[in-house]
Design a protein around this ligand. Structure first.
Ligand code: NAP
Length: 262
């Protein structure tokens, strides 16, 4: 199936590794050009070079701290000046630290949404007006299952992910008249570096071995395995494409069947 993404321009935040990286790879394989965004310039440049080599496509690396509003604006401006436009925004960057509610201080609570939501909102704030001017655009926000399945151990990530879904739906209805679609993906237990780190952190918290934590998590997945970031990237590329032209405000699960919501 041709997704019709040839020649489109995408900003992918969190593009240096994990799910963001897979989204970039999938969009590139469909002929889109990509502005790859994350903080560590060395890792970003390595990923840029590897993606250009494997896809033969055009990738620019734009090191950006998404906590910094001026830096986000500069990143969007640079992408527009290099490519002439932005058709697609994939919000995937996050670093959410698992912290028990009772350990959250006033300051760490106030910082909570800087770990994910605020970076997504900043990118939207600078990309949406540009898309509005062009009367076209597609946004995919990566949420996560804790958005819909609250648990005491996942409060920081859950709050961020719920807020991302709320923002997705509200914005989708607001900008539909401007030819812009806004959707979300709800992944769960995707085999990324961050997932490995989370398993290690969880093993320390529970006193289990990392292998026990992994086995316990996988046992809850009806498909019997963790997902791959490529499986998320492919759904994201499809959702951002004209093949999904009548889909907006949606939140699609990519979770091996774990979610019990219908
Ligand atoms: N993996 C899963 O199972 C899973 C499940 C549910 C939801 N998710 C969501 O999926 C998204 C990607 O997760 P992942 O597992 O692929 O994570 P990951 O491997 O940790 O990748 C996160 C990416 O975001 C970048 N990043 C983090 N904070 C940033 C900031 N302040 N400014 C700019 N870039 C930043 C990181 O690069 P730098 O550190 O160099 O900046 C990296 O490229 C996240 O929103 C996560 O919450 C993942």
């Amino acid at each position: 199936m041709d997704l019709g993404l040839e020649g489109q321009v995408a900003i992918v935040t969190g593009g240096s590794r994990g799910i963001g990286h897979a989204c970039a790879a999938s969009l590139l394989s469909e002929g889109a050009a990509v502005a790859l965004v994350s903080r560590d310039p060395e890792r970003l440049e390595k990923t840029q070079a590897a993606l250009e080599k494997s896809s033969g496509g055009t990738v620019i690396a734009v090191p950006t701290e998404l906590r910094d509003d001026a830096a986000v604006r500069a990143m969007v401006d640079r992408t527009i000046s290099e490519f002439g436009r932005v058709d697609i925004l994939i919000n995937a960057a996050a670093t959410v630290t698992p912290t028990a509610f009772h350990e959250l201080t006033e300051n760490s609570w106030l910082d909570l949404f800087e770990q994910k939501l605020n970076g997504y909102a900043r990118c939207l704030r600078y990309v949406i007006p540009h898309m509005r001017e062009r009367s076209a655009g597609n946004v995919v926000n990566i949420s996560g299952l804790a958005a819909r399945q609250p648990h005491a151990t996942t409060i920081p990530v859950g709050l961020n992910n719920s807020a991302v879904l709320n923002l997705t739906k509200a914005l989708a209805n607001d900008v539909a008249k401007d030819g812009i679609r806004v959707n979300a993906i709800i992944p769960h237990i995707i085999d990324t570096d961050r997932q490995d780190e989370t398993m290690r952190e969880w093993a320390v918290i529970t006193g289990q071995t990392e292998a026990e934590v992994r086995a316990e998590r996988v046992a809850k997945i009806p498909l019997g395995r963790m997902g791959t970031s490529e499986e998320v990237g492919d759904v994201v590329a499809f959702l951002a494409s004209a093949r999904c032209g009548f889909v907006t405000g949606a939140a699609w699960h990519v979770d091996g069947g774990v979610s019990m919501s219908i």
